[in-house]
Design a protein around this ligand. Structure first.
Ligand code: CLF
Ligand code: SF4
Length: 290
């Protein structure tokens, strides 16, 4: 186990640090996404508590004051995370924000989340920006299965649908993960569990992630919506079974709160989001962790 992962297990709420009551602030600086998950309803709003939902996209320089305020209201916050509302690598705003955070709050853990389409080609920038923890959402490693979860990708300006798009996405995710795990940045992988689609594929995915050096694996139950609105949400027993199977190959995170892209506070505990993001608006597109 790397030292960096060991440190995060005490200080990062999504890497084991939840036992120490640590918190995070999400900064919704990334507009627009470059893939089309079939369960993702990209609407910004202020009502729902789920990944990908955020209220208002911020400019990188606007985040500094907000972080300051969040730390005053919730000193337990140890992590500044960016998980949407769009993909963090589809634009430069997330990396620009992390560079600013590194200057202003050198002690905060920098946590970034991506769908991984551009991970391989941008891996060096992530490492150079000093990202401490990176989450990649990998919902399948088989293009046939992935195509049932993702409609298309927009790759270097080209829309590529179905299995062909899924194959490119998976290839870039796996190559990108391998590159990052060989650096100081600790990698977590998230998988959205859709029992009818990837339920029987979790073990194979987890095994691959273990082989690639991923530190921790998070299985997130589907929130049925958009094109997958008729799929059912996994039962507690199914989630538990998937986590147990995955646990044979890689550490498993079991406390995910399916946070919004503008969450602030202690996941599942103290919530200061409303006091930080006073203008939670219902506009435009969104994204996140998946
Ligand atoms: Fe945020 Fe995600 Fe970093 Fe955590 S959330 S960017 S890794 S600081 Fe955590 Fe929230 Fe689950 Fe995400 S509980 S949705 S896993
Ligand atoms: Fe993009 Fe995330 Fe939505 Fe998938 S879940 S389409 S990666 S915003």
């Amino acid at each position: 186990m790397s030292n960096n992962y060991k440190n995060l297990q005490n200080s990062h709420p999504c890497f084991g640090g939840q036992k120490n009551n640590t918190g995070r602030i999400h900064l919704p600086v990334s507009p627009g996404c470059n893939i089309a998950c079939r369960f993702c309803d990209r609407t910004l709003n202020d009502v729902e508590q789920r990944p990908g939902v955020a209220s208002k996209v911020l400019k990188p320089e606007e985040t500094i004051e907000l972080i300051q305020k969040a730390l005053e209201l919730c000193p337990e916050i140890t992590v500044a995370g960016i998980a949407g509302p769009g993909d963090t690598l589809a634009t430069d705003y997330a990396l620009d924000t992390f560079r600013l955070i590194g200057k202003h709050f050198p002690n905060l853990i920098k946590c970034m989340s991506t769908n991984g389409l551009l991970l391989y080609e941008r891996a060096d920038e992530i490492i150079d920006a000093g990202i401490d923890s990176l989450t990649v959402t990998v919902n399948a490693i088989d293009p046939q299965i992935e195509a049932k979860l993702n409609k298309y990708i927009i790759y270097h300006g080209k829309k590529i649908e179905g299995e062909e798009g899924a194959r490119i996405l998976i290839e870039n995710q796996l190559k990108g993960i391998e590159k990052i795990t060989s650096s100081k940045t600790v990698v977590k992988v998230n998988t959205v569990l859709v029992p009818e689609i990837n339920g029987a594929h979790i073990e194979e995915t987890a095994k691959k992630m273990g082989e690639l050096g991923v530190s921790i694996y998070n299985i997130i139950p589907l929130i049925p919506q958009y094109e997958l609105k008729d799929c059912r949400e996994p039962t507690c027993a199914e989630i538990d079974e998937a986590r147990t199977k995955a646990g044979k190959y890689v550490d498993v995170f079991r406390h995910c709160q399916r946070c919004r892209a503008d969450a602030a506070g202690i996941p599942g505990g103290k919530d200061v989001g409303d006091r930080i993001y006073q203008r939670r608006l219902g506009i435009k597109e969104t994204f996140s962790h998946g």
